[in-house]
Ligand binder design. Structure first.
Ligand code: 5GP
Ligand code: SF4
Ligand code: MG
Length: 458
């Protein structure tokens, strides 16, 4: 998911709309905007892309006020029910509050069960709703205390933006799994999942919201707190591999350059004699440029993507996912005919897409197809907000690299090593700690309840 917030801007909802546009790659299933004018909080939500949900001027007339937050969603916890659109906005004893969440709470089920036993009635299946219940039940007089009290009871990944009638609050979990940046435009404060959203509205990047930090924005400016127990930060390295937009800078590092560096390292680790290097667009492009540069093999675009089709994996339905590849990509015979080809992608998840792509490349006349992947084998599911499938659906959880090579029908297959990836990434800048790489190593920084089905939390 992606989150955005702006405080103290006359065009707050319009700015949020633009910010969500820039974050659309983080979720296409649904979106929403809340706005506050000092007296009231109003929200508009819907399924689909930002451009489709917000197409009437009337919506923006309703979303008046100088503070606004927004969300783009793809389903991790909670499924794709329309009721799970965010921001989640409620009225409770002390007023109105809306919340937009990127991440996944690993103990949401336990907390929810406990609250339901005490009589709480939930209206969504999303993990985020427990935060609302916890803050509404808090006896504290200050908003900051209510929010921090609620957040001290949940574990896992959260980059959050809250909005009340008069205030905005941003918070990031002590591990800092998901990015959250702070900026400024025309004297208004901005928070966003990625810097590409700041760029679009011409906001100046100030700094990141730190792991474990909560920031309250009100009429007097911004105040920073560190209300949580300190943890070793573990920002998500998969943001660099795949999820974030290449023009963003997150965790202190530029995403495109990081991806290109992964490509350089991949070429050093897995050389092969070939005529051309081609990416699987779009996610494989920066790494392929890096690979070609380091290997001294010409870079070509031999697979052309139809940009009117969403990111395959974000479509939650297996049937659509299955269709996706042919709708999405076509090969250029004139580039591939008779060639020894290195094809680069960012990751192999189920292996089904890669298999079809390699078939497509061969059908277009390639003589040899060598697949190179700019991350290590994805062998473990993510519990911190990236929508990886269950363990048994991950091809690398139960197959050797040579078995995967046979399945995807590549002549050779090489993955970036975990050591190589971490060496290129270095330490997260500006934070102690190390990257989370649990989907590659199984080394989970935050424990989660044992699940019968080995499934995602829901
Ligand atoms: P596969 O060969 O595993 O079917 O698909 C790999 C390609 O699809 C890569 O380009 C990757 O970016 C994308 N992809 C497909 N499904 C998923 C998924 O469930 N999670 C992630 N992270 N990427 C996926
Ligand atoms: Fe990111 Fe993987 Fe860790 Fe999930 S498990 S937070 S995708 S590195
Ligand atoms: Mg891809």
């Amino acid at each position: 998911c992606g989150v955005f917030g702006i405080y103290g801007h006359p065009e707050a909802a319009n700015m949020t709309y633009l910010g969500l546009y820039a974050l659309q790659h983080r979720g296409q299933e649904s979106c929403g905007i809340s706005a506050a004018d000092g007296m009231r909080l109003r929200t508009h939500l819907g399924s689909g892309l930002v451009a489709d949900v917000f197409k009437d001027d009337e919506i923006f007339n309703k979303l008046s006020g100088d503070a606004s937050i927004g969300h783009v969603r793809y389903s991790t916890a909670g499924g794709d029910n329309i009721r799970n659109c965010q921001p989640i906005a409620v009225d409770y004893a002390r007023g109105s509050v809306a919340v937009a969440h990127n991440g996944n709470l690993v103990n949401a089920r336990e907390v929810r069960n406990a609250l339901e036993e005490k009589g709480s009635i939930f209206s969504t299946t999303a993990d985020t709703e427990v935060i609302i219940h916890l803050l509404a039940r808090s006896q504290s007089d200050s908003l900051g205390d209510r929010i921090s009290e609620a957040l001290r009871q949940v574990r896992g990944a959260y980059s959050l933006v809250f909005l009340t009638e008069t205030r905005m609050v941003a918070a990031r979990d002590p591990h800092g799994f998901r990015p959250l940046v702070l900026g400024e435009v025309d004297g208004a404060y901005v928070v966003a999942s990625e810097t590409c959203a700041l760029d679009l509205i011409e906001a100046r990047f100030i700094r990141e919201i730190e792991p474990g930090e909560m920031v309250i924005f009100d009429k007097n400016g911004m105040t920073s707190y560190h209300p949580f127990e300190e943890r070793t930060p573990s920002p998500c390295i998969f943001e660099f591999v795949y999820f974030a937009r290449p023009d963003s800078t997150i965790f202190g590092q530029q995403v495109y350059q990081m991806r290109k560096g992964f490509g350089h390292q991949l070429a050093r680790e897995h050389q092969v004699e070939a005529d051309i290097v081609i990416p699987v667009p779009d996610s494989g492009v920066p790494a392929a440029i890096g690979y070609a540069e380091e290997a001294g093999i010409p870079f070509e675009m031999a697979l052309i993507r139809n940009h009117y089709v969403g990111r395959t994996f974000i479509e939650p339905q297996q049937s659509i996912r299955h269709f996706g590849v042919k709708i999405k990509l076509n090969a250029i015979r004139e580039v591939l005919q008779g060639k020894r080809v290195v094809v680069i992608d960012d990751s192999i998840v189920r292996g089904t897409t890669s298999r079809k792509i390699i078939k497509m490349i061969r059908n277009a006349g390639a003589k040899e197809v060598h697949m190179r992947v700019s991350s290590p084998p994805t062998a473990y599911p993510c519990f911190y907000g990236i929508d990886t499938p269950t363990r048994k659906e991950l091809i690398a959880s139960s197959h050797t690299i040579d078995e995967i090579r046979k399945y995807v029908t590549a002549d050779t297959l090489g993955y970036l090593s975990l050591e190589g990836m971490l060496e290129i990434a270095g330490a997260p800048k500006g934070a102690k700690g190390h990257f989370c790489e649990a989907c590659f190593s199984g080394n989970y920084p935050v424990k989660f309840p044992r699940l019968k089905s080995d499934d995602q939390l829901g």
